[in-house]
Design a protein around this ligand. Structure first.
Ligand code: CP
Length: 314
């Protein structure tokens, strides 16, 4: 296995297959740590990880915090609403002030695409992208790939369908980059207003026939309709969307018998996926959340702690 060299994790566009494989392999060894009675190893003792979230989050923020704590790092949470960001300080100035307290990593989420890249250019601390605008959510795609590999035994050669609001989805873009690098075939499907044609330039196919897509796919990944990012009306009605594109029990009858249903969350039950399907036997939605901690432990370990150490020494 080749050596890890990256200082930041900004997106998957420039990540090689070998680098993705290192993260997924490292995460396997950290998944076992979370199943122990004492869920802690000393790998990052003395390191400080700051969660700097300019947008709401349940899964990503708590998962990064748990990951850092399980590696024995110190953690701080900064939310836009309760910090000097609400007094007009810029994201970069806030990050520079945090870095001045000698922190080792800043995990950042922002509604504007490119903020993690700006921080990375201006800071010495490692910068980890926890979601920027509609562009990129690399750790979500990595935990999705880990879950696919765990459940189906491989990624290469699989047919993965990403469904729904592709236009506003950073999860879709990161998954297209990551999954195609790993040799999967990615198809996107949704209302034409929510599937931008340029998505094909990233390596995904477009197919508007939801029933055909369900029939041929190994993985179905419906996405949340992101009303908060829509300045114009992209849908005639949510009821119409649920009827045509929502994954319910009836549509699922068309799927392969070992299909898996994924969702990055938050989930709108009854809209992009029915409650029955979200809680059903094909759903791996909560496995994704569990795996998120292991994958984020692997990322923090590789960026902050792996230099000169073997994983066994963690
Ligand atoms: N998947 C995801 O990013 O969820 P949160 O917004 O809760 O972090």
């Amino acid at each position: 296995m080749s050596e890890w060299v990256k200082h930041d994790l900004l997106d998957l566009q420039d990540m090689s297959k070998a680098e993705i494989e290192i993260i997924l392999e490292t995460a396997k060894s950290f998944k076992e740590v979370s199943s122990r009675d004492v869920k802690k190893v000393p790998a990052l003792r003395g390191k400080t990880v700051v969660m700097l979230f300019f947008e709401p989050s349940t899964r990503t923020r708590s998962s990064f915090e748990l990951a850092a704590k399980r590696l024995s790092a110190d953690t701080i949470n900064i939310a836009a609403s309760s910090s000097s960001l609400s007094k007009g300080e810029s994201a970069l100035d806030t990050a520079r002030n945090i870095e001045a307290m000698n922190v080792d990593a800043i995990v950042v989420r922002h509604s504007s695409s490119g903020v993690p890249q700006v921080l990375s250019k201006n800071l010495n601390a490692s910068v980890i992208n926890a979601g920027d605008g509609c562009r990129s959510h690399p750790t979500q795609a990595l935990l999705d790939m880990f879950t696919i590999q765990e459940k189906l035994g491989r990624i290469g050669g699989l047919k993965v369908a990403i469904l729904g609001d592709i236009r506003h989805s950073r999860v879709a873009r990161s998954n297209i980059w990551g999954l195609t690098t790993m040799g999967a075939e990615v198809t996107v499907c949704g209302p034409s207003t929510l599937v931008p044609p340029e998505i094909e330039d990233l390596g995904a196919k477009i197919n508007y026939d939801i029933r055909e897509v369900i029939r041929q796919s190994d993985v179905l990944m419906p996405l949340r309709i992101q009303m908060e990012r829509q300045q114009q009306k992209f849908l005639p009605s949510l009821r119409e969307y649920a009827k045509e594109f929502g994954i319910d029990k009836k549509k699922l009858e068309l799927a392969k018998k070992d299909v898996i249903i994924m969702h990055p969350g938050p989930t709108n039950r009854g809209l992009e996926v029915s409650a029955e399907v979200a809680d059903g036997e094909y759903s791996v939605i909560l496995n994704q959340v569990t795996n998120g901690v292991a994958v984020r432990m692997a990322i923090l370990y590789l960026l902050l702690g792996a230099k000169g150490k073997s994983i066994e020494g963690k």
